[in-house]
Design a binder for this molecule. Structure first.
Ligand code: B12
Ligand code: SF4
Ligand code: SF4
Length: 346
């Protein structure tokens, strides 16, 4: 039998060194074997994906790297740390306060691919971050970067869960793979009890319909009433199940400068609700906040005002009751009702 290019084996140490040289905080290597379909199919069947229809598409590819990249042999799991100081106050989740992390991963993966092509010019790769077809946390755990906690997130020894992830499939084996990381939650259940909206269907299993992150980022329509209380101190995303986690220690280094808050992240809910479309476009450019769009951010800000019953924001709330956007005017009417609701218990 003649050896083909994909029979060539890369040095794990050199792939790892290329990952570090291209500024990934963590790099791990796992064999590209098909994944057990049950956790994904059970999650989808239970309706936990809410209306993220894209999670239902391309399931076979999501579960088998070989379906995305012919001859896939290795998964390179990559992480970029982004911890923000505990003293930083913002209504935007930590990962989204600065430059959109997707750009950081894409830029660095492009550079990594170039470095790997120097090792083997005929190498084929498939790179993916977030909405691409890869189960990033599962690969990161298999590649030894950390473990999936009961909060459903990848927790690393170095940076806690304050990392974003991406993966690159290679059609080459490496000479040594990393061992999967053991799960270390033990008896702890802090995150499960702390979730403001009871979004954990089971340990490690998030029902997006009840998750403030889903409702504030992905849902374009009206937010169900029972979830609105979860917007009290949040406008975009939610960090509660990470803030309470003992693995997110205070001495974890703060992420690099590109994740420092931009002016939008420092605004109050009332200021966010009052933005013009032009201001939103300018302030949100290059941030992950763009995903929720102009009306989504204003809707979220109004829900935050309503959940906090913030009377000082009454003027902007009254104005937005008459907004052209149905989703905004409905949220404003609800917020007004909350502000005016008689207070009980003195
Ligand atoms: C869909 C999605 C969401 C959905 C659903 C969340 C979820 N947990 O699935 C919503 C919109 C709610 C969401 C929210 C957030 N997300 Co999100 N999301 C994704 C996405 C696109 C797919 C995840 C997925 O496949 N879900 C489907 C289910 C079946 O998969 P799973 O949760 O991975 O389940 C596996 C394990 O949990 C495990 N498992 C199953 N049962 C059990 C039981 C136990 C006890 C354990 C330990 C494990 C376990 O097996 C399952 C499958 O094999 C990934 C990017 C990607 N491509 O992977 C980002 C991703 C997971 N999100 C991310 C982030 C940052 C967030 C938020 C923190 C954002 C925020 N601050 O608001 C929140 C956190 C919410 C939470 N606690 O999970 C990061 C997580 C980084 C990390 N350290 O893990 C990712 C990896 C994006 C990225 N590229 O960095 N997200
Ligand atoms: S992100 Fe917030 S709402 Fe979603 S599971 Fe975690 S604590 Fe609950
Ligand atoms: S808070 Fe506790 S149970 Fe939840 S992820 Fe962290 S260690 Fe695990």
């Amino acid at each position: 039998m003649t050896a083909t290019a994909s029979d060539r084996v890369l040095s794990a140490e050199m792939v790892r060194a290329a990952g570090r040289a291209t500024r990934f905080g963590l790099v791990g290597l796992a064999p590209a074997q098909p994944l057990d379909p049950a956790p994904l199919t059970d999650w989808l069947r239970a309706g936990h994906a809410a209306d993220m229809d894209w999670m239902h598409r391309r399931q076979e590819e999501r579960l088998d790297p070989g379906r995305v990249l012919a001859g896939a042999r290795t998964v390179v799991a990559l992480a970029i740390p982004y911890r923000r100081p505990a003293t930083e106050r913002s209504r935007v989740a930590s990962y989204a306060r600065g430059r959109d992390y997707h750009y950081a991963h894409r830029d660095r993966m492009r550079a990594l691919r170039q470095q790997l092509l120097l090792l083997d010019p005929t190498l084929e790769t498939y790179a993916c971050v977030d909405t691409g077809v890869a189960m990033e946390k599962v690969w990161a755990e298999r590649a030894g970067l950390g473990f999936i906690g009961k909060n459903g997130l990848l927790i690393t020894p170095e940076f806690g869960s304050w990392v974003t992830l991406s993966v690159m499939f290679l059609d080459r084996a490496v000479d040594r793979y990393d061992a999967p990381h053991a799960r270390l939650c033990g008896d702890c259940t802090k995150c499960l009890g702390a979730c403001p909206t009871g979004a954990f269907a089971a340990p490690g299993v998030v029902d997006a319909r009840r998750c403030v992150a889903y409702q504030s980022i992905e849902n374009r329509g009206s937010v169900p009433e029972p979830i609105r209380k979860g917007f009290v101190a949040r406008v975009f995303g939610c960090d509660v199940c990470q803030d309470v986690c003992p693995f997110n220690r205070d001495d974890i280094p703060v992420g690099d400068r590109r994740f420092e808050p931009r002016p939008l992240a420092a605004l109050t809910p009332a200021q966010m609700a009052g933005l013009t479309g032009e201001e939103f476009g300018r302030l949100a450019a290059g941030m992950a906040v763009v995903r929720t769009q102009y009306d989504g951010l204003r809707r979220n800000a109004l829900l935050s005002i309503g959940a906090a019953r913030d009377r000082s924001a009454r003027a902007i709330v009254e104005r937005l009751v008459h907004d052209d956007s149905a989703v905004v005017s409905e949220a404003a009417a609800w917020a007004l009702g909350q502000i005016d609701r008689p207070r009980t218990g003195g």
